[in-house]
Write a protein that binds this ligand. Structure first.
Ligand SMILES: Nc1nc2c(ncn2[C@@H]2O[C@H](COP(=O)(O)OP(=O)(O)OP(=O)(O)O)[C@@H](O)[C@H]2O)c(=O)[nH]1
Ligand SMILES: [Zn+2]
Length: 199
């Protein structure tokens, strides 16, 4: 899971292919790929794209399993305001915002950092916000087998801001609930806690 830094750390053939295709795109849009400022741009763009899609090569289930511990705590665990950056699969433009994740343990808990880690695994792919929400939800539900799991994502989509309908302030909220969170009181407690501001 090490963060990738150099193009050489990616599959070199794939990385060079992506780089060459970015050079072609830059040329096609009417720019001069040989001018100084753009000389290294195809390589930088390839690195950025491979970084932003590294989730395909990562195994979220294994990440959770690497830090699951037996524990009798059976109240709600909430990790809120997890910042996320993903790419919409329609335009390959970013969407970004926050994920709020909760679960009710069923004899085992998971290392807290592993939840933001799996958010990144599923966010660093071409996604729609709905599927991203369910990917996180189902992974936690199947791997940790908790009494309940909830995921809420609030995000802004650059494809709706920079182009298309050009709405700068709209935020899309998606949510998924399993197990005890399907009960209205539990769900409401979670929603109340994620909207509460701690001073
Ligand atoms: N449901 C969903 N739609 C998304 C997401 N990201 C982008 N979209 C939408 O995907 C749709 C693609 O629609 P199309 O009509 O094929 O694309 P388009 O002509 O570029 O559409 P406009 O953005 O309306 O100009 C658009 O309505 C986008 O707003 C997402 O995460 N979930
Ligand atoms: Zn889009």
């Amino acid at each position: 899971m090490a963060p990738y830094r150099n193009l050489e750390e990616y599959n070199i053939e794939v990385a060079n292919e992506v780089k060459d295709r970015y050079a072609k795109i830059i040329d096609e849009i009417g720019e001069d790929v040989t001018r100084e400022g753009l000389l290294k741009t195809p390589e930088r763009a390839a690195k950025a794209m491979l970084f932003l899609t590294q989730g395909y090569k990562q195994d979220a289930e294994q990440i959770l399993k690497s830090a699951m511990f037996k524990e009798d705590y059976d109240d709600m665990v909430i990790i809120k305001d997890i910042e996320l950056y993903s790419l919409c699969e329609h335009h390959m433009l970013p969407f970004f915002g926050k994920a709020h994740v909760a679960y009710i343990p069923n004899g085992q808990i998971v290392g807290l950092s592993k939840i933001p880690r799996i958010v990144d695994v599923f966010a660093r792919r071409l996604q729609v916000q709905e599927r991203l929400t369910h990917d996180i939800l189902e992974c936690l539900n199947n791997t940790l087998q908790p009494k309940g799991v909830a995921v809420v994502i609030e995000a802004s989509h650059m494809c709706m801001m920079m182009r298309g309908v050009q709405k700068q302030n709209s935020v899309t909220t998606t949510s998924g609930f399993r197990g005890q969170f399907e009960k209205i009181e539990t769900r409401n407690e979670f929603l109340k806690l994620i909207s509460a501001k701690l001073s």
